[in-house]
Write a protein that binds this ligand. Structure first.
Ligand code: PEP
Ligand code: CO
Length: 466
């Protein structure tokens, strides 16, 4: 589907000055992919204006703080852990799910800090990750053709034509769910999450089958000792460690959602997307002259760019120039998602081009999206070993090229789902049906995520431990 957004966009852009080339809505003059038209344009306009008037979810200074941490990462000082659901759903906005997500992200970052001795920047795919790109516009269910599900921000998963029609009210519903999620996340991150720092509370028995169990056990004992020691000698200052930073991110896909929350703030130049700290450009909306790049070129937030096949290296370089013309550090996170077989073919040349351009990027590896396949019984899954292989070969290429791989981007959950095969708990294809929850891509479960954190730290140490 390639069409001029102008033709389908009811929102009046005439109010722009003619000499002003960018505004939160200037994207609507450009061709857009992955956003089906809303049939009820009056409702869209009303809803857009309502969302525009609602208070921001986050603040500009939080965005600046994240950017400054990412600037450190771009210089080799720190590591970015970005993770969460492929797509959040409105129904999954519940206390246990949010607690479990924070728990797994914190425990993974504990493992990374302990094993790597470098600051970890935590960014969730959370509180706004409600829209999905799809490879096909429509599907046929029971003989009826209907639009594909594109995430709760756009339409409903329910298989009927009406439910699948893009509904503007979902922009407000998504904002509300994001606000509820963020509110609880902030409260948890501020206080009362001490228990999760105690590795004796972690559920680690599954690791016994892993060849690294001894190392893993030693690490857990050592984290334990350090925490007990600090609690004994400085209980008050340890308390301050209970406050943790976790930032939010989502794919800037439904540009109505993002642009309605893109604002100017007092005494600062420019526009901030106040719906999430970091947003990313998906692999399928990465067109230099397209709507998504246009929108992202005007905001101050750190921006992730997914880079994977099929991709045109020169076009990607031009996109980076357009999104970060001043070479600001901490602004661009290049998230490579090549697929295990493609890393050695494409990544070296890309790293060389970036080096030559002088762009101070954070390099991150998404080992999930290039490694998805369907089983014989048509269940979408990923192999733990393929994911690990992409991480390993991405580290190896960066090591050879003398560049710094400063992050990973994972689809994961704190719940005990059965969506990816492999890992120390030995989940196989026959077991996928036990607790397969995702509507979109398969995620690492709690155990697989902790194990992956441990293995990522091992790879990082091979490359960068002096
Ligand atoms: C995603 O991150 O969920 C996604 C769809 O990724 P990509 O754009 O890299 O395919
Ligand atoms: Co995904």
């Amino acid at each position: 589907m390639k069409q001029k957004a102008k033709e389908e966009n009811p929102i009046n852009t005439k109010s722009l000055n003619s000499d002003q080339t960018w505004s939160p809505l200037s994207w609507s003059e450009k061709p857009i992919k992955q956003l089906p038209p809303y049939p009820d344009t009056a409702d869209l306009e009303r809803t857009y204006n309502e969302l525009k008037s609602l208070p921001p979810l986050i603040t500009s200074w939080e965005i600046e703080a994240l950017k400054s941490k990412l600037a450190d990462v771009s210089q080799g000082k720190g590591f970015l852990l970005q993770g969460g659901d492929c797509a959040e759903t409105f129904d999954a906005c519940t206390a246990p799910k949010i607690v479990n997500m924070l728990k797994v992200m914190l425990q993974m970052s504990f493992i990374l800090v302990h094993e790597m001795g470098t600051p970890i920047v935590r960014v969730g795919r959370i509180a706004g990750q409600y829209a999905k790109p799809r490879s096909k516009d429509s599907e046929i269910i029971d003989g009826v053709e209907m639009l594909n599900y594109r995430g709760d921000l756009i339409n409903s998963f329910e298989p009927n034509k009406e439910a699948r029609t893009p509904d503007p009210q979902r922009l407000i519903m998504a904002y509300e769910k994001a606000a509820l999620t963020l509110n609880f996340l902030r409260a948890l991150a501020d206080e009362g999450f001490a228990d999760l720092q105690h590795p004796e509370q972690w559920e680690l028995d599954f690791m016994q089958n892993n060849e690294y169990y001894k190392d893993y056990e030693a690490m857990v004992n050592s984290i334990n000792k350090a925490i007990n020691f600090m609690e004994t000698i400085t209980p008050n200052s340890f308390n301050t460690l209970h406050k943790v930073d976790i930032y939010t991110s989502h794919e800037a896909l439904n540009l109505y959602y993002d642009s309605a929350q893109t604002r100017q703030v007092p005494r600062k130049p420019g526009f901030f997307n106040l719906s999430g700290h970091m947003v990313w450009l998906g692999n399928r909306t990465k067109q230099l002259d397209g709507a998504h790049v246009e929108y992202l070129s005007g905001i101050k937030n750190p921006i992730g760019i997914k880079v994977g096949p099929p991709f045109d290296m020169d076009e990607t370089m031009s996109i980076i120039d357009k999104l970060n013309p001043n070479h600001e550090a901490g602004k661009i996170v290049l998230i490579t998602r090549m697929g295990t077989d493609e890393v050695e073919k494409s990544l070296p040349k890309f790293i060389q081009k970036i080096k030559h351009s002088g762009h101070p990027v954070v390099w991150s590896c998404d080992p999930m999206h290039g490694n998805t396949f369907a089983t014989e019984s048509n269940v979408k899954t990923r192999r733990f070993n393929d994911i690990l292989e992409e991480i390993k070969s991405t580290f190896a290429v960066h090591r050879t090229e003398g560049s710094y791989l400063g992050g990973v981007h994972l689809e994961l959950t704190g719940d005990n789902v059965t969506e990816c095969v492999g890992g120390a708990n030995g989940l196989n294809e026959a077991g996928l049906g036990t607790n397969y929850e995702t509507y979109c891509d398969p995620r690492l479960n709690y155990e697989q995520s902790l194990e992956m954190a441990f293995l990522v730290a091992k790879e990082w140490n091979k490359s960068y431990r002096s």
